[in-house]
Design a protein around this ligand. Sequence first.
Ligand SMILES: [Zn+2]
Length: 411
Amino acid sequence: MLTHLECTRCGEHYPADRPQSVCPNDAGILYARYDLPRIKATFSAARLAGRAPTMWRYDAVLPDANPVSLGEGFTPLLSSREFPGVFIKDEGLNPTGSFKARGLSACVTMARHFGLKNLAIPSAGNAAGALAAYAATAGLAAHIFMPRDVPAANRIECDYYGAHVTLVDGLISDCAKKVAELKETEAWQKDGWFDVSTTKEPYRVEGKKTMGFEVAEQLGWKLPQGIIYPAGGGVGLLGMWKAFDEMEALGWIGPERPKMIAVQSSGCAPIVKAWEEGKSSVEMWPNAATLASGLRVPKPYGDYLILDILKKSNGTAIAATDEEILEATRHWAKVEGIFAAPEGAACLVACRRLRASGFFQPEDTVVLFNTGTGLKYLDVLDQKAGKSLSPKPPKSAKPSTRQIGGIIGPY
Ligand SMILES: [Zn+2]
């Protein structure tokens, strides 16, 4: 049912029967397009009942290829204990502990389908772990380029999954430069290399869009009044917005849309800045720094689409400080029983603020996305809390301790 790829800037069509990156004319992001009238005639939402609880239950609107799956998706939509009408979509329960599983499951599925061999990714952390796991499942090689100071869990899991890891001094943008340099080499073409960076291939968005299908299905085919989402690269926002349009075309929902809210950290808030200045693209955020490593994206490639979605949905963009994010992480754990990734907990900061300002009414249904589990940030959270969970070395031990593979210990 996948008919072609379409450029989100110039509208040009490209064939979907081979690997594609971005539009050759204007570097626009390519979206997968389907024969929706035909799907509508042959498939209905009622037929989802009884299907396996993974994102591949929506395979009628996903590329037709043999899925590389670890059981990703169909995560719980939990009612908040604190705010009636507020739900938390807990993406921390995905394989590899984050929402990145969805995009990489779809992306690696298509990479295998096209016979690619070597997949390269610049990642702020969790996408690396997800690529490494799905590449291992598919029998492909993963080449990871991540900042040296990513949470230890991300580095260690990639190593265990058998990925080739390069630690880069700098941010995800510096990692992306490393991948760009590789593209100039002879081996890139010869050995079946492919860049699976966020939005630089069409299928990570397809995986992420299933979050939109799930929110609708789990709310009884009604959309909420608001969706609060931590936006680094912002692929989930793109994907969900695309899913809403597809569901409307399929007759599964009406024309209503939630207000889409992008949350960032005040240490790296290029979308918030552009939104407040009424711009349609972002400027590179200088000296990006935040403990929410997934939000340390100084210039998201899909900026023009993210800002357009915020505008069309009557949404907004909110920045939370690291202190607010840490407090919210602890609060969610205590009150909701959810040990969230800092990026996810940032949604609580935004939710409180938007309810206090009247942007959301108490009776509004609002969905907050916890994009990952806090368990992948233990070193970050431990350090930032100012307390050590690790046992202190005995006084008699040698005074010097050093970090070995993320494990701090006396030796
Ligand atoms: Zn184009």
